[in-house]
Design a protein around this ligand. Structure first.
Ligand code: FES
Length: 380
């Protein structure tokens, strides 16, 4: 064999694994064995660089472990009808009981252009009225609606924004949306957690897109209302928060600030307690997304640990004029800050990264960052 062929090892050992990654010089190759035939293709997925050799086989297709794109294990072509979307393939030879691979790929990578997702297009906030998005995170049965203290106060805030502040308003009830739980793409790799969200790109039925579009492209103000459930924000709030990881991760891996000059305020109600912890979590999380806050950025209400008479809690919230007034003033403060931010932006388009999440301040001796998708090879 000439020098551009590399010995991968004894055939018997290589036949024992259906799909694996092997190193060929500085390139990582997905080597497969099925039905008596070896196949070798680049291990870097055409999508955002997922490790194909760490995926699984589905017939003669390698399934990417990140978002499940498929490539033929021998030809590198995408699954029908995406054959033109292909990764490089490598020549293999069996000789003297060993498997050999040619170091240079036999074919070139080809990425078929895909139309941009609408969430990647620039938002158009325009010069019109301030836009206020209310997000209610309480849960209830559609056919059997009940009075929700958090949602009732949110409706008061939106009415104030509309009637007194001249704002355009929207209300999103998470309980009415069909959206999937975050499936842990970030846990596979920071690069696997994409903007737009991987689920949103793969599942047109998933309605989390309404939240993304609302907060990234539409709103000047976002008001989030939550009940307190066992000392924490609602389960729907956390379901939404997990899906918003992709907004924060766009900053972590691409230094892309998706939320700029958008104001957040919070409405927190609980029959019992833990307002400060719920507010603290919300302020920390929304600050990390890029939101800014007015002075005194939340209104909250709780009657304490021993108040089990929830029917009286409902009456209290329905009838408490001071609580309603405090909620209206929160809407006013948010709109006032939004108008100031329209006149004079306060939020950077980029931030210094050293010391930021996932960006340790490096010493000169540290290993270089693997910061770009698809750097598993230089593509031929
Ligand atoms: S499907 Fe391979 S990286 Fe997304």
């Amino acid at each position: 064999m000439t020098n551009d062929w590399q010995d991968l090892g004894p055939l018997g050992a290589l036949r024992a694994t259906a799909l694996q990654e092997v190193q060929v010089g500085r390139r990582t190759v997905a080597l497969s064995y099925a039905n008596g035939v070896f196949g070798a293709i680049s291990s870097a997925c055409n999508h955002v660089g997922g490790p194909l050799g760490k995926g699984r086989l589905d017939g003669d297709y390698v399934v990417c472990p990140w978002h499940y794109w498929k490539f033929h294990r021998c030809t590198g072509e995408g699954e029908p009808p995406f054959e033109q979307d292909r990764v490089p393939r490598y020549e293999l030879r069996e000789d003297a009981g060993h498997l050999w691979i040619r170091a240079e790929a036999a074919t070139r990578r080809h990425k078929t252009p895909h139309p941009p997702h609408k969430l990647t297009l620039p938002g158009d906030r325009g010069d019109g009225p301030v836009r206020v998005l209310g997000i209610s995170t309480t849960s209830m049965t559609d056919a059997q609606p009940r009075y929700s203290t958090s949602e009732a106060l949110l409706e008061i805030a939106l009415a104030q924004a509309r009637d007194d502040g001249g704002a355009e308003t929207r209300l999103v009830r998470l309980g009415a949306l069909r959206f999937r739980h975050c499936e842990g793409f970030y846990s596979k790799s920071a690069q696997a957690c994409t903007w737009p969200c991987s689920i949103t790109q793969m599942d047109p039925e998933d309605q989390m897109e309404r939240v993304y579009e609302g907060i990234v492209q539409w709103a000047d103000v976002v008001l989030v209302a939550t009940p307190i459930r066992w000392g924490a924000a609602s389960a729907l709030y956390y379901k939404m928060a997990e899906r918003l990881n992709c907004v924060q991760n766009a900053l972590t891996i691409h230094n892309k600030v998706l939320i700029r000059d958008v104001v957040a305020g919070f409405i927190i109600t609980g029959g019992q307690d833990n307002i400060q912890a719920v507010a603290g979590q919300q302020l920390g999380f929304f600050a990390e997304l890029g939101f800014v806050f007015p002075p005194f950025p939340y209104v909250a209400h709780s009657r304490g640990w021993s108040a089990e008479d929830m029917e009286n809690n409902e009456i209290y919230v329905r009838e408490n004029a001071e609580l309603h007034e405090g909620t209206r003033e929160l809407a006013d403060r948010c709109i006032e800050l939004a108008l100031r931010l329209r006149a004079s932006s306060a939020c950077p388009a980029e931030i210094a990264r050293g010391g930021r999440k996932a960006h340790a301040a490096r010493s000169p001796a540290s290993a270089p960052s693997r910061d770009t998708a698809g750097d598993r090879e230089s593509t031929p």
